[in-house]
Design a protein around this ligand. Sequence first.
Ligand SMILES: O=P(O)(O)OC[C@H]1O[C@](O)(CO)[C@@H](O)[C@@H]1O
Length: 392
Amino acid sequence: MPTNVPTTPVIRSNVPGSFAWGVFHERHPKLIQQVLDALPYGPAERAAVERLLTESTTGVLEPLGAEALDAAQWLEWGEGLWGKPWGEAPFLWAESYFYRRLLDAIGYFRSGAWQGVDPFAPFKSAELAGAAVDDELAALSKLDGLPETRRAEALLSSALWGNRADLGFQITAETGGTDASDLVTDDSELLWAELVRAEGGRVCIVADNAGRELLPDLVLIDHLLASGLAAQVVLYVKPQPYYVSDATMADVLAAVERLRTAPTEAAKAVGERLWHALNIGVLVVRTHPFFCAPLPFHDMPTDLRAEFTGAAMTILKGDLNYRRLVGDQLWAPTTSFTETAGHFPSPVAALRTLKSDVIVGVDAATVARLDSTGTPWRTDGRHAVIQVHPRA
Ligand SMILES: O=P(O)(O)OC[C@H]1O[C@](O)(CO)[C@@H](O)[C@@H]1O
């Protein structure tokens, strides 16, 4: 690259007052407290968690212990960063390592009583069991009466706003609910056109959160399969607990069960169809260690790249997947989505509510309108994008 071309700054968490700084210095202390309150960890785990909080806010990056199975992998990923303050590492890297170290602190990988115990399970279970989910599943019945196109739009919208996790089918089964201006880029027509163009292919969905986000994702998957738009759907989940509510295989099973045991026929039927789809392999759940790696998708390993290659479409859910797709950098918001996401090995769509500074693909007039509101529109979770990089 010529030396006079300015590069887009990578986001770091060392600027007091910035969003990234707030994640480490304001959100993580609260999160740690919630984790310690939710399960009765003993003195060793509690002390290790407190040490992690101190290290990640005022200390320097310490590598994993040599006994960890992924110690060598992390040493390589963190080359040049060890011994430096956490805030000097890229925000994406540091946040990912924080969750890896949290699992270390609570003994998730060590042989012992806490091995394999998801520290976030109490939050995920409470959400899935909650009355809000009952209402959302009940609202699903209303979608059956809608014309096909409207129904498809409603399902897409639910999967999108499910990422905000305070909305769901209720929004879409009724007359709207979100302000259209909340959707700052809307490529939904292009997304449906691409799905129709590649009808009968394999659609990959890279999940984000469990519970109230995963449920509408599963309903959308059911629609893609039932309509024939997809012959097969591959749902990618995290191999281990991550970013609090990210979906793992256990969360998929819990969500399918929630659907199958729902009080309404419409929701039950979705649950039964998904169970059958899993049985016959038209719905496949997969994972890969790279989904918990601290790197952008640009750097995905060859085996994962090969999995996405040939997919009719890959739909990436949520904020973190977006950051990993376009790069966790302070792009000018008008930078084209294709320029930043075109490296992905298949056509790709992002369904994301905005919860961090990164944003691309927004037209200048919309950026000016949003900036003029004086609200933190990039991070307050009130806005969303549907963005598509189609087949050439
Ligand atoms: O669940 P999502 O949509 O991926 O959001 C995760 C986001 O939450 C944060 O961890 C903290 O707000 C962001 O840094 C991150 O991108």
